[in-house]
Design a protein around this ligand. Structure first.
Ligand code: UT7
Length: 376
């Protein structure tokens, strides 16, 4: 039997920090509301493209695995943030890595994209299609955030991380998964402005209007992640007590606490990064995994649960059996170029582009988006 061992890991976080206080300089919000409702204190804003972040993360993961990029068979780029839709982003990472024989796939299931990518690559390795894969979770949401909407602008951040998967005879890696989609609620999280729907409507990239029913998403997310976690554990005969770590999607501390409670797992076993990085969508789970490894919280042979949800509303829970190695085989000197702007300056630049006349963005955009609801 072939398994897909996780042999390398690396993250790439942009250095510029956007605090709750920064957000309150242009939104009617405050640190007390954001911290108490979400657990978030800070998030990052990237000065480079999503492909550049992904490339640094992937190089670090490859060095950790001791794998030459030329030996990669597959690059999966998981996320919603693409530099362009064609050519896809995975091809940009493949080129930057020099992974010349690798297939290159973009995979978008919103915040679950990394986890779906991990499941996909694992299946491809276990069935013998490929032997060596890199799976990336990345987002660059700051470039298309509707910075005039406090319901969403305070929640999200940029970041990236990657893992290397390799065929192995040892029973390890992702051994179980529950993947699903609560599609009836797909309109509860919608970024209007992307895609063919908006062609020819005087909407340029970065102009967005977010439909976001936070309370509906909250309830459905907790139910779906908890049920998927209970099912994946039952399917594989693993008890909640046997789980060493939970590495959940980081959308809200209260969601994480509720899922842990329903799954019967104490918060001491849960990795939480939401306070410093906010919701990085597809990047939250791999960034938290890398942090868990770098802080010694992943022990050889441990069971790790990865529940996630996102736009769609896609959801999942993955069950991973860690292998014997928890330390890197090597390190990479890949790094981002220096950042010469503050996070707030970068956000203000995006805001200025979105609203060049100094008018309220919602007022400016709503009439143009109002006509764009085909197929509903
Ligand atoms: O990864 C997938 C995406 N993530 C999610 O979908 C997250 C899921 N949802 C949530 O995390 C929570 O529902 C939120 C954090 C988004 C909102 O928390 P909530 O406790 O459900 O608040 P609420 O939506 O019920 O809003 C309460 C009040 C409202 O005012 P009124 O109507 O009571 O006067 C909002 O207008 O808080 C107001 N509010 C804010 N106030 C200050 C909403 N956003 C803000 C803000 N600052 N940023």
């Amino acid at each position: 039997m072939t398994y897909a061992a996780i042999t390398g890991w690396g993250s790439c976080m942009p250095p510029a920090v956007l605090t709750n206080e920064d957000l309150s300089t242009f939104l009617d919000t405050n640190d007390e509301w954001i911290s108490s409702r979400t657990g978030m204190k800070e998030r990052r804003v990237s000065h480079v493209s999503a492909i550049e972040m992904s490339t640094v993360a992937a190089k670090r993961a490859l060095a950790c695995a001791g794998l030459d990029p030329a030996d990669l068979d597959l690059v999966i780029y998981g996320g919603v943030s693409n530099d362009e839709l064609c050519p896809n982003s995975a091809s940009g990472v493949q080129l930057a890595l020099g992974a010349t024989k690798a297939a290159a796939i973009d995979l978008n299931t919103a915040c679950t994209s990394f986890c779906y990518g991990l499941a996909t690559a694992t299946a491809m390795i276990r069935t013998g299609m490929v032997r060596n894969a890199v799976v990336i979770g990345v987002e660059l949401i700051s470039r298309y955030m509707d910075w005039s909407n406090r319901n969403v602008a305070v929640l999200f951040g940029d970041g990236s991380a990657a893992v290397v998967l390799q065929a192995s005879d040892h029973e390890e890696g992702m051994l179980g998964s529950v993947l699903g989609c609560d599609a009836e609620a797909r309109q509860t999280l919608r970024v209007r402005g992307f895609g063919c729907t908006y062609a020819g409507r005087d909407i340029s990239f970065g102009d967005t209007l977010w439909d976001f029913d936070g309370q509906q998403i909250f309830k459905r997310a907790v139910n779906a992640m908890a049920a998927a976690s209970v099912k994946v554990l039952a399917d594989h005969g693993v008890s909640a007590e046997e789980v060493s770590l939970v590495i959940p999607h980081q959308a809200n501390l209260r969601i994480i606490e509720s899922v842990a409670k329903y799954a019967g797992i104490p918060m001491e076993k849960v990795i939480v990064t939401v306070q410093k990085y906010g919701n990085m969508s597809a990047a939250t789970v791999p960034v938290a995994l890398v942090e868990a490894l770098e802080t010694g919280r992943v022990k050889p042979g441990s069971w790790i649960l990865m529940p996630a949800f996102g736009g769609g509303l896609t959801y999942c829970s993955l069950l991973v059996k860690w292998g014997s190695r928890v330390t890197p085989l090597g390190t990479s000197d890949a790094a981002l170029p220096p950042c010469n702007e503050t996070a707030l300056d970068m956000v203000n630049r995006v805001r200025a582009n979105q609203d060049p006349h100094g008018r309220s963005l919602a007022g400016l955009m709503a009439p143009r988006f109002a006509e764009t609801r085909p197929g509903e």
